[in-house]
Design a binder for this molecule. Structure first.
Ligand SMILES: Cc1cc2nc3c(=O)[nH]c(=O)nc-3n(C[C@H](O)[C@H](O)[C@H](O)COP(=O)(O)OP(=O)(O)OC[C@H]3O[C@@H](n4cnc5c(N)ncnc54)[C@H](O)[C@@H]3O)c2cc1C
Length: 409
């Protein structure tokens, strides 16, 4: 059977493409390599699915060709995505502007999308791994998996990236796009934990502390973010680390040195902080420094800072040489670490890089190189910050592609 539209990849953006096209009367077939469409959705937002954000504009996204991002978001701002999901029965719940389904369950989002596809009679062919995609001389597209073949008048590539391959997407979309003539920026892990050089990490493993992380590439500040930092046995994690990690991945791929500075007291300027902290510690001169800091920093972190400043935990503040006092106060606001790597694609939530946006028309998501071909979601060179931005991009690009692919058939 020949379909009006084939969608490769039954994830977030693929199901949206299929729904938008089928609502316009197109016959649609989704080819999904997994057993279940939208499996990655189940893992999103810690199982709660942060599906969009009230604050939505192009500044929350990164790309080598950022020009097209605004055009996508203008067509589908956050209220349009909320309205789309409300129609599917998903009521929004806002947590400081981060939007989740009121059910608190990512599974409700996945199910609502699949049910809408089924209601619209979208064929969902699971366990079909597209290996080859070609455009035939008559303009049709043909997709192969071994000997099995599927033919359509138009084709949407919604294969995702190579982040979190256990949930389905394994990077095969890049080679399918390349087979059809597209180029892509090599993907690197983003929204990912950072591994750091050093041997002391076991000592601070498990600490969660408020702070600011600033990432330096080649000695220059590339990005910073503030919030709960997680100190781990390999280095650092937590949302602020995720937010800057794409710059680390890109630099490491180019063999550029990467470092981070951690500030555990980011609210105060260094001079004021030194004065206040010194007074605070002086008042507790009857205690060892480790106990004196007990109400200001987690114990394990204090031990690491004291170790680096060469201060014994039972020394009292006035007995500590001034140079070491200064070093300790400095470390509290600028604890430097060399970044040696990331936790890789397996642990990354998304990828930075992908098919170049300059090869796509942002108003329709149609390829500028191959008429009738559309590309969506994380396969493209656009990565959003943590906070619902990546799913928003997936829904918006999917809906735009499906709308245009489903027209004039
Ligand atoms: C742990 C985790 C948590 C996350 N949490 C959030 C969050 O809360 N909010 C947010 O905005 N973003 C979140 N993200 C990111 C978000 O899930 C993705 O950006 C989004 O799912 C991308 O949608 P997509 O349709 O482009 O790709 P995917 O959702 O990855 O879908 C691609 C689909 O294509 C299929 N496929 C791939 N290649 C082939 C092939 N050759 N043949 C057939 N099928 C193929 C895959 O099996 C997959 O089902 C999270 C990601 C992870 C890993």
């Amino acid at each position: 059977m020949k379909y009006d539209l084939i969608v490769i990849g039954g994830g977030a953006s693929g199901m949206c493409s299929a729904i938008a096209a089928a609502r316009r009367g197109a016959s649609v077939c989704i080819l999904e390599q997994g057993k279940l469409p939208g499996r990655k959705l189940l893992a999103t937002g810690n199982g709660k699915c942060n599906y969009t954000n009230e604050l939505m504009d192009a500044s929350y996204f990164r790309s080598d060709d950022p020009a097209g991002i605004g055009a996508v978001l203008e067509q589908y701002p956050a209220p349009a995505i909320v309205a789309f999901f409300e129609e599917l029965g998903i009521r929004p719940m806002s947590r400081n502007g981060y939007l989740y389904p009121a059910s608190g369950q990512a599974s409700s989002v996945r199910k609502a999308l699949e049910m809408e596809c089924r209601y619209l009679k979208v064929a969902i062919r699971t366990e079909f791994r597209a290996e080859k995609a070609e455009k035939l001389p008559n303009g049709d597209f043909q997709v192969w998996s071994g000997d099995a073949c599927c033919r359509g008048r138009k084709l949407v590539l919604s294969c995702g990236s190579c982040a979190a391959p256990k949930t389905g997407s394994d990077g095969s979309g890049y080679s399918l796009a390349a087979q059809l003539g597209h180029s892509f920026i090599p993907p690197v892990p983003a929204l990912v934990q950072l591994e750091c050089a050093g041997k002391f990490f076991r000592n601070w493993s498990g600490v969660r502390v408020q702070g600011k992380v600033t990432l330096f590439t080649g000695g220059k500040a590339a990005g910073s973010d503030q919030g709960e930092l997680q100190l781990t046995e390999y280095g650092i994690s937590g949302i602020p680390v995720f937010q800057v990690s794409r710059y680390a991945s890109k630099a490491l791929a180019g063999h550029i040195p990467v470092a981070v500075g951690l500030n555990f007291f980011p609210e105060q300027n260094p001079r004021k902080f030194s004065e206040e902290m010194s007074r605070f510690l002086e008042k507790q001169s009857y205690k060892g420094i480790s106990d004196a800091l007990g109400g200001a920093l987690p114990e394990k972190l204090t031990a690491v800072l004291l170790g680096r400043a060469g201060i014994k935990p039972d020394w009292i503040w006035p007995s500590i040489p001034v140079s070491r006092q200064r070093m300790l106060l400095g470390l509290m606001q600028r604890f430097n670490l060399e970044v040696s790597g990331t936790k890789g694609f397996d642990s990354a939530q998304v990828c930075a890089g992908g098919v170049r946006l300059r090869e796509i028309c942002a108003n329709t998501m149609e390829s500028l190189l191959v008429p009738g071909l559309y590309l969506t979601g994380e396969l493209l060179d656009a990565d959003g910050l943590c906070g619902g931005y990546n799913l928003h991009w997936a829904w918006a690009t999917g809906l735009i592609a499906g709308k245009h692919a489903g027209e004039n058939l």
